[in-house]
Structure formats: C-alpha cells, structure tokens
Design a protein around this ligand. Structure first.
Ligand code: SF4
Length: 301
C-alpha cells in the first residue's frame, strides 16, 4: 500500500531498504542512523522518524515580541510540495535496515491520521515484525481505532486559539494561509471527544487490576499518552484548563506537557522562560525542543 511522506521522510538513515550504504550522510552529521526524540515524555530517547506529508491544520502563532511563527515542519503542512510516495513495505525495510540498537520509532507529520489505511499496515508491521515502541504524533483531530491498537505512546498536540491563522498574521508571511484553512483550523482544531478516545485507549477497566467491576478505569502499563500544548502567551494556561482539561477524564498533571513556541533558537528564546514558569506554577511538565538545541532549524534531524 502506498503512503505519502515528506522528501526523505524516513530519517536519519544511512542504509537503503536492501541494506546498502547510502552516499549521503544524515543531516545530524553523524555517520550512523538515528537521532534523539526532542520533545515530551520520551525526550532524549534514540529514535528513527517516519514523517508523513499533509496536514488538516495550519498552525500560525505570534511570539511574545510580535513575530509570526508557523509550524516547525511547514514542508509537511503549510507547503507540502516535495513528497516521496513509497510502498509501506519499503518504508518498513528501510526502518529495519537502520534500526541497529534503536527500539523507538516516531510516526509524525504533518498529520499522520490523514492516511489511515497505509499507516495501520505500517504500524502493524513495525510492531509485529520489529517489536519496536511506536509513538504517534498527532494533532488529535482524528482518532483511528485500528491504528491505536499498535501504538505505545499517543503524543497528542491539541491546538489552542493562539495557533489560529488570520489576516493579521498572514500579512507577515511570505506564503499566506489560504482562506479555507483559516476557516477550517478554527472549526476543527479543538475536539475533546476525540482526545478522550485517545486517553481511553490507554485505560483498562478496574476489574483488570482486580478491583470491583464498575470502578474507574486505570492506566494500563503498556500504553501512554501526553497532551502537548504549544505556549506562546500567558493566557494559554487558562484555555488549557477551561477548554480542554475541564472536558477530559483521567488526565494527570504530568500528562500535560507545555512546550515553548518557535522553530528556531531565536524564536524559542522568546517564550521558553515563560513556559517553564507556567509549568512550575501549575504543576505541568515542561518540554524543550531538544532537536533544535542540538541541530538547529534543520529538517531530517
Ligand atoms: S497540526 Fe502540527 S503539523 Fe499541522 S500545522 Fe499544526 S503544528 Fe504543523
């Protein structure tokens, strides 16, 4: 089955599907495959990435000093021009040839759930044949039950009002967001029912633990989730509580991850201290964007 990835969307790798050495080194600069997960609960874990092309949102923020910061992977969302259409079997073979000691694969985008059928096939293979830990990075607008069964960590990044594209932000962009995406982003970005489905997929009825039937579900040990919010202004924290957490069950404070806005070290420096302070004050988890600290604003790292 075919899947649409960004150009060089399996990374960082050094071997072809057949196991032959590639001519070009990965963008990490290392002569071997792999990088580190840069965000969230698994920050610092060695991983391979699979990045799909295309997104149903068009996140566009304003930084504290008034600069506009779009999605940090615009080549997968805002401008998905260069793509690789690949067979899922070939994707799996490339992962297999480059896995080495790595036990974690991140399926990211763009928005991966826009391609449910090939993704289910790929995730099933990665799990059954390679027995890797799989993280799905998603904006949480869509939930695919068949896919959820193969995923170990749902890294969900629900989007706040501050991410809405608009005419004012558009004036600062070289490639403005189209009107239909301005409308749809507002309409679809918040979906508590879908978020709850992801959370429930990590739960098991109390009886599984020997509790009384009907007791509240508890977290299963082998599936987890995180709600990762991009922070660009103080008021984001009230919105997280009122518009999201108040509508969700079974979310613990350290499932809530606050991440500063910005796809470059300069932009990140504008909001990282405010974000860290909010995490401390409200008992949530802070995440850096380690990939930017280590490799800068470079795709494929
Ligand atoms: S949902 Fe994610 S991939 Fe899509 S535009 Fe927003 S930040 Fe980018």
């Amino acid at each position: 089955m075919e899947i649409k990835l960004v150009k060089n969307g399996i990374f960082p790798v050094t071997r072809t599907a057949g196991g032959q050495p590639m001519e070009q080194l990965p963008d990490t600069g290392y002569a071997f495959p792999g990088t580190l997960q840069g965000e969230g609960k698994l920050v610092g874990i060695p991983v391979l990435f699979i990045r799909t092309s295309g997104c149903n949102l068009r996140c566009t923020w304003t930084t504290p000093t008034g600069k506009v910061s779009i999605c940090d992977t615009p080549y997968a969302s805002h401008y998905p021009v260069e793509v690789d259409i690949m067979d899922t079997g070939e994707v799996a073979d490339i992962v297999r040839a480059n896995l080495g000691m790595i036990r974690h694969v991140i399926i990211s985008g763009g928005e991966p759930t826009l391609q449910p059928l090939p993704l289910v096939e790929l995730a099933r293979y990665l799990k059954k044949e390679l027995n890797v830990h799989i993280t799905l990075e998603t904006n949480g607008v869509l939930f695919i039950p068949e896919l959820a069964t193969h995923i170990d960590l749902f890294s969900i990044s629900p989007k706040l009002k501050s991410s809405d594209p608009d005419a004012k932000k558009n004036r600062l962009l070289d490639y403005p967001v189209e009107q239909n995406y301005i409308r749809d982003h507002k309409k679809f970005r918040r979906n508590p029912d879908t978020l709850q489905k992801y959370i429930n997929a990590c739960m098991h009825k109390g009886s599984y633990y020997g509790d009384e039937p009907g007791s509240p579900p508890k977290r299963k040990s082998n599936k987890d989730f995180q709600l990762k919010f991009v922070i660009s202004r103080e008021s984001d924290i009230d919105e997280i509580k009122q518009d999201f957490l108040n509508h969700l069950s079974f979310v613990e404070p350290d499932d809530v991850v606050l991440m500063p806005v910005g796809g470059s070290p300069e932009l990140l420096s504008e909001s990282m201290y405010m974000t860290a302070r909010l995490a401390i004050q409200h008992g949530f988890r802070y995440t850096p964007r380690l990939q930017i600290d280590l490799f800068g604003d470079t795709a494929g790292t």
